[in-house]
Every structure is written in C-alpha cells, then in structure tokens.
Ligand binder design. Structure first.
Ligand code: TTP
Ligand code: MG
Length: 388
C-alpha cells in the first residue's frame, strides 16, 4: 500500500442508539425491552434495546408486528432533537481525540488514529474514547480498530453491544474468508445472487476468484471488490465539512396540501440536485429534505446511505421515504433537497452494479442534454406532465 506508516482506523457505532438515549433519560427503563418508533416514523420501529431484540424486534419493522412479538415492551415515540444533541456530544469527544473524524451517520464515525504512538498508541486511545462515552455521557458504544475503514467497520459490528474488536493486518484474510460475501458493503442481493451462480458465497472464494468472473458481476469495480475481499482498503478518513452540500429549494405560489404534488416537486428537485452534483464530479452519502409549512415552521429530515449517491433515482429513493413520513396536509410552502457528506467518487469505491448501469446511462443522457441546452430543458419523471 505504499506508505510505511501502519494506519489505524477506529470505527465507533453506538449501541441501540435512540433506545439508549431514552433509557438514559428514563433510568427506570433500564433492562426493559424499549422500542422507539412512531409519530414521525409512519408506524415503523426506528430501533429497540437489546432486550427487545431477543423477541425478534428490529429496525424498520412495522410497529404492529413489534407489538405482536413483544406485547409487554415499552413503546416510545422518536425524539430526533434529543438524539441529535447527544450525537453532537459524542462527535465532540471524537474531535478532541483525532483531527481526522468522518461522521457516517447520527451514531457512527471513523477516526484516524494513525501515528499517535506518543499518545499511547491506537488501542489505548480507542479504549479511552469508548470509556469516555460511557463515563461522560453514560452511553454504550461498540468499537472496531483496524488498519483500514472496511475492517474497522466490520470489527465494530462483531461484538455488539459494548464490543471492542481489534483486527491486525495479518488477521484479516483468515477472519474474512468464512464470512458471506454480503458482509462487504455494496454487495447487495443481486450481486450476491450472481456470485452464487459462479459458486462464490464466501469472502474467501471472492478473494481467490478469477478477475474475469468478477468483472462480469462488478464491472470496473471488480479489482476494488477483490481487494476488499482480501481485507485491503486504502480509502482515507475524510473530514466531512458539514456546511458543504449541494441543494436546491423551491417556494410555491400556492401551498401544496397533497402528497402527490409534493412528491412531484421533490422528484424535480432531485433531478436538479443530481445534475449539479455530477457536474461538480461529486457524490454524497447524506440526503436532506427541507419542508417549510404554511405557518413557516420548518423541518429538515436526513437519511444517510453507506453507498455514495449521485444518480437522480438514488437521491429520490431516499428523499421519497423521508417525505412519506411527513404530514403535508397543513400546507407546504417550500421544499428543498440537498446532498451532503460529499466526496469525489474516485476517492471511494462506488460499487455500481448492473442495475446502476442503466441508471447511469439514463442520467448521462439527461446530463448531456442539460449541458447543451441548460438546466431547465428537462424535468424529471412525473413532474413532466404537469408543466408547460
Ligand atoms: P444503527 O446504528 O443502525 O442502530 P442502533 O444504534 O439502534 O443499534 P446497533 O447497536 O445495532 O448499532 O442506527 C442508529 C440509529 O439510527 C438508531 O438508533 C435509530 C436510527 N435508525 C432508524 O431510525 N431507522 C432504521 O431503520 C435504522 C437502521 C436506524
Ligand atoms: Mg448503532
């Protein structure tokens, strides 16, 4: 990998984050199955305590199903501001620890701990971070420490809750070999199925696979996937500039009161944001939907994806979900869509698979037209029919 300095990357992911914050604020709930969801989440579980997981309850499960599996659980509505507040305190500890912190979502981040030997070395520092979160914030985090991002994230997930897993370079290949290929982020259902047709189900088989076979499944990303399968990943930890985002918003002449017209406007905005992103050769991990209501009350809702997002369809898929959770009946005056957590895709493997290829072609065709005739030449999808 060129560099002589051994890299140490730490990945921290909070345990049952929303539920843990609820228990922090209501200590009498400690040890009980606590399920958080509802109100602004359209009846699905956001997360639940590990006690509730024993009953089979998990994130994104409909609440009625959770109630069936765990009728004696404590059901609480989400309190996004409170979680964001605690998230800020956690991130502050990270930023005191390392100058290189990359926040991935509300409850997880990478910290680059390379070259901190004089401060006691990576493991000492990583344990100190985990202890500080417990001592100062009374919250439990799981930690992975490894020579790269891929392994660090894998490690933090291995002994949840309150795990601490360190993976050394030489341990990576034997550890990965028996794992299913789906453990590699970016390998979804369809790629998994294709690999299976070639008899590849375990990461070890992927690491040893013929590159021409992998090209059939992963296209230009085949080499990258093969490196990941061998436990190699040289993506840097990137300080995200929170202020940096690309977005577009639209104020309407008349307030929108039905979901369908909001959806159309949002689709149009996604097309504009996607075009701007691609023009700047950027892609992002986080999409944000901003809604200003008739009474000027404004809310923002964000979703973060492991994958880099730059195609209109990907942006829209996430934003549409966010929109579905919002009651637009009171009247929507303004809608905005933005993408943040930006990177140059070349810096990161966007494991684009076959369904992405069609999307890519479609987006590129639109981009070519917009580049030639200006941004307003095309409105995306359903928005087209209602415009002159
Ligand atoms: P996660 O880190 O995926 O889950 P978690 O922290 O609750 O539990 P774990 O110990 O397995 O890490 O997500 C962080 C928070 O994001 C979670 O507490 C609630 C929210 N969330 C949702 O609202 N919906 C979802 O589908 C998921 C996965 C998370
Ligand atoms: Mg978590």
């Amino acid at each position: 990998m060129g560099s002589s300095l051994q890299r140490w990357i730490m990945h921290v992911d909070m345990d049952a984050f929303y539920a843990s914050v609820e228990i922090l604020d209501n200590p009498e709930l400690k040890g009980l199955p606590v399920i958080v969801g509802g109100r602004s989440t359209r009846g699905v579980v956001s997360t639940c305590s590990y006690e509730a997981r024993k009953f089979g309850v998990h994130s994104a499960m409909p609440l009625f199903e959770a109630r069936r599996l765990c009728p004696h659980g404590v059901y609480l509505p989400v309190r996004p501001h409170r979680y964001a507040e605690m998230s800020g305190k956690i991130m502050a500890i990270f930023r005191e620890t390392s100058p290189l912190v990359e926040q991935l979502s509300i409850d997880e981040a990478f910290l680059d701990l390379t070259g901190m030997e004089r401060l006691g070395g990576a493991e000492t520092i990583a344990r100190k971070v985990q202890n500080r979160i417990m001592d100062e914030l009374k919250l439990s985090a799981s930690v992975g420490l490894a020579p790269n991002k891929f392994l660090a994230k894998l490690a933090s997930d291995m002994r949840k809750p309150h795990g601490f897993v360190k993976i050394a370079s030489e341990e990576a290949a034997p550890l990965l070999a028996p794992m299913p290929v789906s453990k590699i982020f970016g390998i979804g259902r369809s790629a998994e199925e294709k690999l299976k047709q070639f008899g590849i189900e375990k990461i070890g088989q992927l690491a040893a696979a013929d590159i021409t076979i992998l090209r059939k499944v992963f296209g230009i990303n085949a080499e990258q996937v093969k490196l990941l399968a061998r436990g190699l990943d040289d993506r840097p930890v990137v300080n995200e500039e929170e202020a940096k985002s690309i977005g577009k918003e639209n104020t309407f002449d008349r307030d929108l009161t039905d979901f369908e017209s909001c959806r159309e406007e949002v689709l149009d905005l996604c097309g504009q944001v996607g075009w701007r992103l691609r023009r700047e050769k950027l892609a992002g991990h986080t999409v944000t939907l901003k809604v200003k209501f008739a009474d000027f009350h404004t809310i923002t809702r964000s979703a973060t994806s492991d994958r880099l997002i730059a195609w209109d369809e990907d942006i829209f898929a996430l934003v549409e979900k966010l929109l579905q959770k919002i009651n637009v009946k009171p009247g929507v005056r303004l809608l905005g869509v933005s993408v943040s957590n930006l990177f140059c895709p070349e810096d990161e493997p966007t494991l684009g698979f076959e369904e992405d290829e069609r999307m890519k072609k479609r987006n590129q065709a639109i981009d070519a037209l917009k580049g030639k005739f200006g941004e307003n030449i095309i409105k995306r999808g359903i928005a087209e029919k209602n415009r002159k």
